[in-house]
Design a protein around this ligand. Structure first.
Ligand code: SF4
Length: 317
């Protein structure tokens, strides 16, 4: 398997929300101020609100400059990753430098929980498209579904979202992740709609769990519930396509074949698949989920790790 070309970049990957999106990853895997019950990356290992220099801004800029020189084609530069990006110290400065070096619009994919901080807000101001999440509008549901760091209250999170979006010059696409039995009641949907109206995003994108999370705890809602949520959340709300189909992005056939080739060679973890494709685990899971749902690959649990293999895998090569 070849060495990844870039340390902090992945893709561009086909994204239903952003077209061809070049991901920029800075914060270590599962370093996050939340520990969402539906997180497809597994449990949060570093549960923190501590802003730190997790990555070097020089390294990130070196990666970006190289990519602009050698590749340079994407619809968005997306600051995201397998941890919460607003925990990266100096994120606003890194985003501003990226803007100086490129005409590609900038997106910030964040859980939105730290926009009440100066650091979080400054980063949000640099985004052409701010993509925060809001999965709960009542403290009990917030605690159950998002499992925040101690001291991180829903009141603070909502105030940060309302103030930041009001001050932002870019667009805001608010994502609402629905989890069966957790935030899909009429009361919770109405409460989320009320908070979303106060935030005032240009779009509300309704999503659900792509597949049951390993170990249980989070399951997708039905298509009927997705349609109902769309009604309750109003005319700016749409269900993002992957939620209906719970499969891989359109035009991803080549990646599907690459995943099949990888898992046909040897059993692979999600990280192996992501590494092999040169994409983020959040993207890799979509291909894996589609192949699982089509019965073309199978999964086994070994020593606490999930391995994927081609359905007709014999173990010999
Ligand atoms: S905010 Fe994102 S990375 Fe953090 S736990 Fe939730 S889903 Fe996972």
């Amino acid at each position: 398997m070849s060495k990844p070309k870039y340390r902090h970049l992945y893709g561009p990957v086909p994204s239903r929300r952003l077209g061809r999106s070049l991901g920029i990853n800075m914060v270590p895997h599962k370093t996050c101020c939340l520990d969402c019950s539906y997180c497809q990356l597994g449990p949060t290992t570093t549960h923190t609100m501590q802003v730190a220099g997790y990555a070097s801004s020089q390294e990130i800029m070196a990666d970006l400059e190289r990519w602009l020189r050698l590749d340079g084609e994407a619809d968005y530069l997306t600051f995201a990753g397998s941890g919460e990006p607003t925990l990266q110290a100096g994120l606003a400065e890194i985003m501003s430098l990226a803007r100086e070096h490129s005409d590609v619009p900038i997106a910030l994919l964040t859980n939105g929980a730290l926009l009440w901080t100066d650091q979080g807000r400054a980063a949000a101001m640099q985004a052409d498209v701010l993509m925060p999440s809001l999965d709960a509008a009542t403290p009990g549901t917030f605690a159950r579904i998002n499992r925040p760091c101690p001291g991180l209250t829903l009141e603070r999170v909502i105030a940060g979202l309302v103030e930041t979006v009001a001050a932002s010059k870019g667009e805001t696409w608010l994502e609402v992740m629905l989890v069966r039995g957790a935030n899909d009641s009429e009361e919770e949907l109405a409460a989320i709609a009320e908070v979303a109206a106060r935030i005032g995003p240009e779009q509300i994108q309704i999503n659900t769990v792509v597949r049951p999370v390993p170990g249980g705890g989070a399951e997708r809602v039905s298509d009927a519930l997705l349609a109902r949520a769309c009604e309750v959340l109003g005319p700016r709300a749409t269900v993002i396509e992957s939620a209906w189909q719970h499969g891989a992005p359109v035009g991803a056939e080549r990646s599907i074949e690459e995943v099949l080739a990888l898992v046909g060679y040897r059993p692979c973890t999600l990280q192996d698949v992501a590494h092999g494709l040169g994409v983020h685990p959040n993207e890799a899971i979509k291909y894996v989920a589609r192949l699982l749902s089509e019965g073309r690959i199978s999964q086994t649990l070994q020593d606490g790790e999930t391995y994927y293999t081609k359905a007709d895998f014999t173990g010999s090569s």
